[in-house]
Structure formats: structure tokens, C-alpha cells
Design a protein. Structure first.
Ligand code: NA7
Length: 536
């Protein structure tokens, strides 16, 4: 093979298409029985994308754009999965994919990657391309006696295809991140009783989902090119304008009006009220307090409201979740209990349910909405070995080190789509995915045209890029939260800020500059000499 691609989600599908168009032989390995990536697995009730549908898709194909119309402002999981199936069929990509096949190892040896799968197959390939996604390795906390529980338990990212019968059950949901917040109102509708185990409260902003009318869709398609260009050169990969640069100089009424306007618009538009929300503690406190008041207004019992109000971290320092169907109002129901497991931690699972330091909660079903080993988990789950036997998981023991989130020094011809130290999870993923896939495909095309066989980042370029990423994160408020952006959710994971926080536009321009300067920071070669160290 010329290229092995791991994963058949948004990244893997587009990557394999681009490479096949260039005339390369491509094999895609996908552990699920179908395309879709994270949208194949995350089938829990209420699963939906927080990016608006008209920009949560591909832009590269005129035909695909014309032939697909989203039905709602935010796409629901089944619709996204249908979309990716449609793309795979439309581009005839399934023939490139081996489903239900997991890559166990990839070793760079004798100038090629040798890729081994769980069915014992081995294939040699010039390029090894990870399209495994940033949020694909579920994290299940190791609670004491988890197996002693007599009921059923599920993780939201491994939700059974046939669904789960929650009707009339006593259900416990652990976790109140973006997933838990989407899930909780849906479960409350079906369960006999719901207990929400909350360790840290979160600031959920109404998404304000609604059906997309034909008129709205016509307006979107009429302006598609412009919308996408704005998204590509934006902060978050979303075509939204900031309302104000900062709160400084504005009256209290002006600030309130701006926040209320964006609150009414909903979703990620709210984060675009003040440009310095994630930099300036004063602005952030104003925004956070606005959101706290909104929570207090929506929850009837003042004691429950205070438990739901976050005070431990600034708004946006953790991934801001969206509320689709009355998350906070759910706690006004008689049949919903909020268990504060920060105050009274979970001590163990028991046959009857979950025991905390305060009570035993009797349950039939437990749902883990406990997130992912984000950004590095799925990559590290493969045994990746580079030049001279270096092992990726050992090289990254203190945190990932990439150049531009695209490549790793010591691992020639390895590309990581939306890898660590790229905007990735701090952006609307399809915009970042298309940019990475195009960059990689163009690079391979260039290598072929110029007669290069190998590409590898120079160690000092990777070093510099990681320092720049960390320096940017240090200027922002991210360090004030125990978040999965920093690896804080998985015990033992290095505490390093993982995505590039400088914005999609800045990042894209840097990637373009690197190419214009002849792939600055990369070593391109016809043979396998170690990359030269530059003088600086
Ligand atoms: P998140 O955002 O990592 O949320 C996981 C939640 O689970 C969060 O509330 C955690 O509390 C909670 N959690 C994790 N471990 C425990 C233990 N041991 N005890 C109690 N509670 C626990 O995952 P999501 O799936 O919601 O979202 C991930 C991303 O997917 C999302 O941001 C979107 O980008 C899509 P904590 O806050 O750590 O105290």
C-alpha cells in the first residue's frame, strides 16, 4: 500500500478520498462495522453535535453540498451517521475500508510502515495516517466493586446499537459534561427515577435548536462559499463575529444587553460575545456570573440551584456544553435527584446500586457519561514504533510532542489528522479536518512530484511548536480548570494542555507559511538519513 489510514470517520473518509484521487493505493482500517467514527459509537439518547449543521459537514465537494440538506440547526447523531454513510457511498469509499478490524501496531522498519491488525493481517505501507479522532477512547473510572453491581451499565460512547430500555427503570447518570447534559433530560423522560451524580457543575448555554426551513436552507446555500471562507479564517472554525472586543468601557446595561442577545441566539454564538472571555479574568467573571444567574432563575429549589452553579472554574476553561431540552429544569422534577459527589464522593458500587459517603442509591441501570481519554488515547492505544525502535507512548510519557499536530519527530511518514497541538477539539472539527487532510494530501503530492520518499519533523521544530502552544495556553484561563483539555480527567495522564489554543485562522496561516517556506521545520528526503539538526 502507499497509505494506510486508521479510522473511517470524518477524517478517514476524506483522507482516503483525497489519496485515491492522487492515484495512491489506500487501505482504511475501521474497528466499527460501518463508517461514522465517533458518530457510529455515540448513540445515547440526545446525542447531537454542538456545531451548527451547515458547517458540520464537508465543503470540498460541490455535489455532496447540493445533494444533502440538514433538517435541524444542530444535527442529531442518526442524521450525521446517515450523512457519512451517504458520503461513503457517493464517493464509493467502502471498497477501501476493512471494517471490524483494529490496528494493533504500526512499526517503521526498513523504510516502510508495517501495520498489523487484530486479525493477524500485516500490510506494508509508505505512509501511516492516523484518523482515529480526538474523542474516541472512552474513559470509564475504576470505581471499587464495579462488577458487583447487579444491574446493567453502559458508557455513552459505547451505546448498544439496539438501544437500551430505560422505561420505568431507576437510572443513575455519572457525569455532567457535554454528554451528560444532553442525556439527562432524555433519560428523565423515560426512567422511573433518575439520579444524576455530579462532581463538578457546568455552565450550559441553551442551544436553541429548531428545524431548518427550506427558506433558511436556501439562504445558507446561496452564501455557502462565503460562509465556509469565514469559517476557515475564524477563531473556532465557525463563521460568527465577535460582538465586542471586551467588557471594558461598556456600561452594565450594554454588557447585559450583549450577553442577553447572544444568550437568545444560543449555542457557540454565546462564546462570541466578548473576544477576551478566555483571556481576561474580569470579562470572564462577568460572563460566568451572567450564566450563574440564569441557572438560579431556572432551578426552583435554591439549594439544588446552588449545587448546579459552577464556581470552581471560569466559563470556557472547560469545554462549554449546550443545553437542548431543559437540562436545568429537569432538576425541578420530583423523579430526579441530584447527588453531589464532590461533597459526598462515590465510594463503591454495590449489588443494589452506587454507594457514596452519604447514601446508597438503588439503581437498575448506570450510565457512564464520563468522557474520553481525549486527543492521545486512541493514538496511544496502538503500539506505534518509529525510527530506531522508538515507541510513541514512551516518547510521549510526559505529554504529546508534535509539529503542528501533523507529524512527530522520530516517526517518518506518520501523519496525525487533528493531532495534539492542532486546534482540533477547540474548533469545529470538519473545518479543521478538511484543512489537515488537504495539507497532508498536498504534501504527499509535492513529495511525489519532487521525488521525496520521506518526511519527518525536525526535533527542534517540534520542540518550538510545543513551547508556543503551551505559552499561548498559559496566557489564557485554561489552567484554572481541571479539564480533559489538560488530561486532568484520566488518573495518571500527564497534565499538559493538548490542543493548539491560538485559533483556527492563526493556525491555518502558520501551516500555509510552513509550506510556502518549503515545508519549514520538516526534513524531506529521498533516503533514510536521520534528520539534520539545524544550527538554532
Ligand atoms: P467530559 O466533558 O469529560 O465529562 C465527563 C463528566 O464525567 C464530567 O462531569 C466529570 O466530572 C465526570 N466524571 C469523570 N470521572 C468521574 C468520577 N470518577 N466520578 C464522578 N464524575 C466523574 O465528557 P463528555 O463525554 O461529556 O464530553 C466530551 C466531549 O465530547 C465534549 O466536550 C464534546 O467535545 C464532545 P468532572 O468535571 O471531571 O469533575
Amino acid at each position: 500500500m502507499d497509505a494506510v489510514v486508521v479510522g473511517a470517520g470524518f477524517s478517514g473518509l476524506y483522507m482516503s478520498h483525497r489519496l485515491r484521487e492522487l492515484g495512491l493505493s489506500v487501505r482504511v482500517y475501521e474497528k466499527a462495522p460501518d463508517v461514522g467514527g465517533t458518530w457510529y459509537w455515540n448513540r445515547y439518547p440526545g446525542a447531537r453535535c454542538d456545531s451548527e449543521s451547515h458547517i458540520y459537514c464537508y465543503s470540498f465537494s460541490e455535489e455532496i453540498r447540493r445533494e444533502w440538506q440538514w433538517t435541524e440547526r444542530y444535527p442529531e447523531q442518526p442524521e450525521i451517521l446517515d450523512y457519512l454513510r451517504f458520503v461513503a457511498d457517493r464517493l464509493d469509499l467502502r471498497r477501501l475500508i476493512e471494517f471490524e478490524t483494529e490496528v494493533e501496531s504500526a512499526e517503521f522498519d526498513d523504510g516502510n510502515w508495517t501495520v498489523t491488525t487484530d486479525d493477524g493481517e500485516t500490510v506494508d505501507s509508505q505512509f501511516f495516517i492516523s484518523a482515529v479522532g480526538c474523542l474516541s477512547e472512552p474513559y470509564v473510572p475504576e470505581f471499587e466493586n464495579r462488577d458487583a453491581f447487579d444491574g446493567e451499565w453502559y458508557h455513552t460512547a459505547r451505546w448498544p446499537r439496539e438501544g437500551v430500555d430505560l422505561d420505568g427503570k431507576r437510572v443513575g447518570v455519572i457525569g455532567t459534561g457535554s454528554t451528560g447534559i444532553q442525556l439527562v433530560p432524555e433519560v428523565a423522560e423515560r426512567a422511573a427515577h433518575l439520579t444524576v451524580f455530579q462532581r463538578t457543575p457546568n455552565y450550559a448555554v441553551p442551544a436553541r435548536n429548531r428545524p431548518l426551513s427550506d427558506d433558511e436552507w436556501a439562504e445558507i446555500t446561496d452564501n455557502y462559499d462565503e460562509i465556509w471562507e469565514d469559517a476557515r479564517f475564524s477563531w473556532l472554525g465557525m463563521p460568527f463575529e465577535m460582538k465586542h472586543a471586551t467588557t471594558a468601557g461598556l456600561s452594565d446595561e450594554e454588557i447585559e444587553a450583549a450577553l442577553e442577545e447572544r444568550w437568545q441566539e444560543g449555542g457557540f454564538r454565546f462564546l462570541h460575545t466578548f473576544e477576551d472571555t478566555l483571556f481576561n479574568p474580569e470579562t470572564n467573571e462577568i460572563v460566568s456570573e451572567f450564566l450563574r444567574e440564569k441557572i438560579r432563575e431556572r432551578v426552583e429549589d435554591p439549594e439544588t440551584a446552588e449545587k448546579l452553579v459552577p464556581t470552581d472554574h471560569p466559563y470556557g476553561s472547560k469545554r462549554p456544553p449546550m443545553d437542548y431540552n431543559g437540562y436545568y429544569e429537569t432538576f425541578n422534577r420530583e423523579d430526579v435527584t441530584l447527588a453531589d459527589v464532590d461533597e459526598n464522593p462515590i465510594t463503591e458500587f454495590a449489588p443494589e446500586g452506587i454507594r457514596t459517603t452519604a447514601s446508597l442509591y438503588e439503581l437498575d441501570t448506570v450510565i457512564f457519561a464520563t468522557g474520553f481519554d481525549a486527543m492521545t488515547g486512541a493514538l496511544m492505544a496502538m503500539d506505534i514504533r518509529g525510527r530506531d525502535g522508538s515507541v510513541l507512548s514512551e516518547e510521549w510519557a510526559d505529554g504529546p510532542r508534535t509539529y503542528l499536530g501533523l507529524g512527530v519527530d522520530g516517526f517518518p511518514n506518520l501523519f496525525t489528522i487533528t493531532g495534539p497541538q492542532s486546534p482540533a477539539v477547540l474548533s469545529n472539527m470538519p473545518v479543521s479536518i478538511e484543512q489537515h487532510v488537504d495539507w497532508i494530501a498536498d504534501c504527499i503530492e509535492y513529495m511525489r512530484a519532487e521525488g521525496y520518499e520521506y518526511i519527518e519533523p525536525r526535533p527542534e521544530a517540534a520542540e518550538r511548536w510545543v513551547s508556543q502552544t503551551n505559552a499561548l495556553a498559559d496566557q489564557m484561563l485554561f489552567s484554572e480548570a481541571e479539564s480533559w483539555y489538560r488530561g486532568a480527567n484520566v488518573p495518571g495522564k500527564p497534565r499538559v494542555f493538548t490542543p493548539f489554543p491560538g485559533g483556527v485562522e492563526t493556525y491555518r496561516r502558520e501551516c500555509e507559511r510552513v509550506v510556502e517556506n518549503g515545508y519549514e521545520g520538516f526534513e524531506l528526503s529521498e533516503s533514510l538519513d536521520p534528520p539534520a539538526q539545524s544550527a538554532d
